[in-house]
Design a protein around this ligand. Sequence first.
Ligand SMILES: CC(C)(COP(=O)(O)OP(=O)(O)OC[C@H]1O[C@@H](n2cnc3c(N)ncnc32)[C@H](O)[C@@H]1OP(=O)(O)O)[C@@H](O)C(=O)NCCC(=O)NCCS
Length: 201
Amino acid sequence: MLLYGASGHAKVIISCLQGNQTDVEAIFDDDVRKKELLNVPVIGPYRADYETNNQLIIAIGDNAIRCRLAQRISHAYGVSVHPSAQIDPGVKLGEGCVVLHGSILQVDTLIGNHVIINTGASVDHDCMVGNFVHIAPGAVLCGGIRVDVGALIGAGAVICPNLAIGKWAVVGAGSVVTRPVPDYAVVVGNPARIIKNNKLL
Ligand SMILES: CC(C)(COP(=O)(O)OP(=O)(O)OC[C@H]1O[C@@H](n2cnc3c(N)ncnc32)[C@H](O)[C@@H]1OP(=O)(O)O)[C@@H](O)C(=O)NCCC(=O)NCCS
């Protein structure tokens, strides 16, 4: 496997891949000062001609950056699922996804491309999780939830059943979402309320 991005998130993905006895051969990173991460060589900016038979995972936690890179890069993408994650056989998982340690994906849930299901997160039955979403550590999605492209569900947040979270929305860490969240909204608290719009794009 190849990674793009030599960050803390990449360390977790290396650990995830090692859990499946999958080696990371090299990491691309635009910061040429970086030379290695957890004994994996960091080899500079992405090169389309490098080991084209080896799959790539974009190991960058920021959803907007991950999205921009994926639109630019046509490498074959891999997937990494840690052996401690529990995924129902009915779950569909898109390319470039990582499903990290101890997370749970329940029956009839659909996960898009380049999604991060982070450590200990739980996504229950019949959820639809769009491309470039990040479900942060310990977050809980109840059943029947739709999360649109690029949204961040913060660490430890809880989303009540059958709600929609709009595209590029942000749910603050520890928040409890009891109503639908509009596109680009940043919501925090219990019950979660809008505090501003996400201007990242
Ligand atoms: C919601 C969030 C994006 C807001 O960050 P921000 O834009 O920098 O906003 P600020 O820190 O300026 O906070 C704005 C206000 O919201 C409050 N607030 C921020 N995050 C909050 C949260 N998670 N819960 C409750 N209130 C929160 C702040 O106290 C502040 O209130 P004030 O105006 O009364 O002082 C951020 O706090 C957050 O929770 N990010 C998710 C982090 C995460 O889980 N990442 C995943 C890592 S793997």
